[in-house]
Write a protein of this length. Sequence first.
Length: 179
Amino acid sequence: MRPRIVIVAVAAALASVAGCGSHVPAPSASQRIAVTSTAFTEGGSVPRRYTCDGEDVSPPLSFAGVPANAAELVVLLEDPDAPNGTFTHWLLWGVPPHDTRLTAGSTPRGATEGRNGFKKIGYGGPCPPRGAEPHHYVLSVYATDQRLALATDASPDAVRHALTGHILASGTLTGRYGR
């Protein structure tokens, strides 16, 4: 009976991995991009200016450790604490890899902003339900080995799918915001 239990456990583990198709595979630890902001630190509070309660502009960002052979950078801002599942606040791709500093509210020349969870093109800042615990906002940056072929209205899933197999390096910055 014991071998049968092992086979069932292995089959269950493989099935759970196979069901994770929407997650972007992470590169090795040596391929990390340091993502920072002068507006908030890792795990810190996102200032009101960058939320739906303020100016609703993207925060200033800096990236270090972008590989020299990167073709472009991709930026995703997501709220994994949203009541109905992960909510996308910002999709940005086609960022030239030498643009390692983004000023507040800016979109680099040549970059494309996708449709966020608010059904609008561009940045939509943190906006958790009033009275809820503060939500976490994960800003992920990916360096790719080729330019991604994406429609201008690409969904978060389309961006993740396009990233699969093309990530040279990645990094995150997580902020918190409550109302």
